[in-house]
Design a protein around this ligand. Structure first.
Ligand SMILES: [Fe+2]
Length: 327
């Protein structure tokens, strides 16, 4: 059964204050809510309560990736399917994660911590507040703070067998396969997938160290190349480490920039790239011989750690076995 779209990510951060400052003042996300353990963030045109949660932790990594389902009843159907597949899962009661209803959490066969949810709180800046927009089509005013991305875009994981993981994501969650890179001997090196029309909402890349799943990065979308160049200046001016870019992904045609947050999680900001409307889209194959151009079309070399460095991927609060929702 298909999910509807990627909704948000919860990442773990070690230096809470510095990382909160980075995402709010340098990246330019807005705080919807916060408590001692978490801060809930969104970009200025993200429609929901949050698209990124920072969770205090003793190590960086990913806590969960949230996918919205197409209707409320789908959550039960997904639960039945997980049972059939023998995949452990547990429920997070509505409201535990602020701005969200019940969440069905499980780990994919390749090790990615997923959550399916239906209810969520839409965001609207309080009337009369400095962020309230005149435009009903803007959940808040465009206030041009920091890099100021428009919206949350995608997540990317390192995993031991991206081919198998892609087949599972496509077969079980209906997330379409959009493009991929394979070795000369036909081994899958990376796959990019989306349920919506954007080129990808999730990517899985082969972990060269074969050490299981790791969060590679989360990504926010900018409106234009000049905003990306401006982002590079803002990052450098604020002491952030830029890993790679600005560059040009040959696969999607999107311009990109990778950096690290103060806790060591990788963040991408990007712009452009194609959209997909065909219901019978066939995944585009890139052979290894052209893989360098797939990752960076202009020719700047891929940093050594790009295919090996990621931050931890597993739940801290998952029970050991499947638990059904009470009631
Ligand atoms: Fe969530």
């Amino acid at each position: 059964m298909a999910v509807a779209h990627l909704g948000h990510a919860e990442i773990r951060v070690t230096d809470f204050e510095a990382t909160r400052w980075f995402y709010t003042e340098v990246v330019g996300l807005y705080v919807s809510e916060e408590d001692d353990e978490r801060v809930y963030l969104r970009a200025w045109q993200d429609w929901d309560h949050h698209t990124l949660i920072l969770k205090k932790s003793d190590h960086p990594g990913i806590e969960h990736v949230g996918w919205r389902v197409e209707k409320a009843e789908d959550l039960r159907a997904h639960e039945r399917r997980l049972k059939e597949l023998g995949i452990d899962y547990h429920w997070i009661e509505g409201g535990t994660e602020h701005g969200q209803g019940d969440g069905l959490r499980f780990i994919t066969p390749g090790g990615m911590p997923f959550e399916l949810y239906w209810e969520r709180e839409p965001y609207a800046a309080p009337e009369g507040s400095t962020l309230a927009s005149e435009l009903p089509s803007h959940p808040q005013k465009f206030a041009a703070k920091g890099i100021a991305p428009r919206r949350f875009d995608h997540v990317n994981f390192l995993t031991d067998d991206p081919g198998k993981e892609q087949e599972w994501l496509t077969g079980e969650l209906g997330i379409h396969h959009r493009y991929y890179v394979e070795s000369e001997s036909g081994d899958r090196l990376a796959s990019w997938l989306s349920r919506t029309s954007i080129s990808h909402e999730i990517a899985v890349q082969r972990n060269r160290n074969q050490s299981g799943a790791l969060l590679h990065h989360t990504a926010y979308y900018l409106d234009s190349p000049d905003q990306l160049v401006r982002a590079a200046t803002i990052l450098a001016d604020n002491g952030a480490e830029i890993e790679w870019g600005p560059g040009n992904h040959g696969t999607s045609g999107a311009l990109f920039l990778y950096c690290f947050d103060p806790s060591g999680n990788r963040l991408e900001v990007w712009t452009g790239g194609f959209l997909i409307f065909a219901p019978d889209w066939e995944a585009i194959r890139w052979r290894q011989a052209k893989a360098e151009r797939a990752y960076e079309f202009w020719g700047s070399p891929m940093p050594e750690e790009y295919l090996t460095y990621g931050t931890a991927s597993h739940f801290t609060d998952a029970p050991q076995s499947s638990v059904s929702t009470p009631g």
